[in-house]
Design a protein around this ligand. Structure first.
Ligand SMILES: [Zn+2]
Length: 153
């Protein structure tokens, strides 16, 4: 069980397979499957910002940070920085965040490990384009703001 739990998120046919810890006291109709942990890759992050603190700070703007992928000394290293976030799936996946480093503003681009199928109109994982009721989902000829490029590879 622990191996499956630690391997989240899981996909089935590219759809997110949301897992919940069994507790047995909530009526089934009230069990909420709108949240799941996703690994976010943060790109363009300066090396000095690849720290547990910064990971929690940036990731915390999306929701609850579960884990920051750092070495034992709390620092990271590489072309991207991994942060696991407990996400609200009814909200659009964030495409990135602007952070301030010294006097400069830097756009930090996000991609998602094992990104599930999402609606490319509104960025949510809970429906496909056909089920989209958001204002952004109305076809107005604009290019989608979300796409397959958000999948970390
Ligand atoms: Zn939508």
């Amino acid at each position: 069980m622990q191996k499956v739990w630690n391997g989240r998120p899981w996909l089935f046919d590219n759809q997110l397979f949301v897992l919940k810890e069994f507790e047995g006291y909530t009526p089934l109709h009230r069990v909420n499957f709108d949240y799941e942990c996703l690994w976010v890759w943060m790109h363009n992050l300066p090396l000095s910002c690849m720290t547990k603190e910064r990971g929690v700070q940036i990731g915390g703007t999306m929701r609850r940070v579960e884990e920051v992928d750092v070495h034992e000394d709390g620092s990271g290293w590489g072309s991207f920085f991994r942060v696991q976030i407990y996400m609200d799936l009814t909200q659009p996946l964030a495409r990135g965040r602007t952070i301030n480093v010294k006097v400069e503003s830097i756009w930090i681009l996000f991609s998602y490990e094992k990104m599930p199928r999402i609606c490319f109109s509104c960025g949510c994982a809970v429906h496909g384009v056909k089920g989209c009721s958001g204002i952004l989902g109305e076809s107005d000829g604009k290019e989608d703001q979300y796409g397959i490029w958000m999948r970390a590879t």
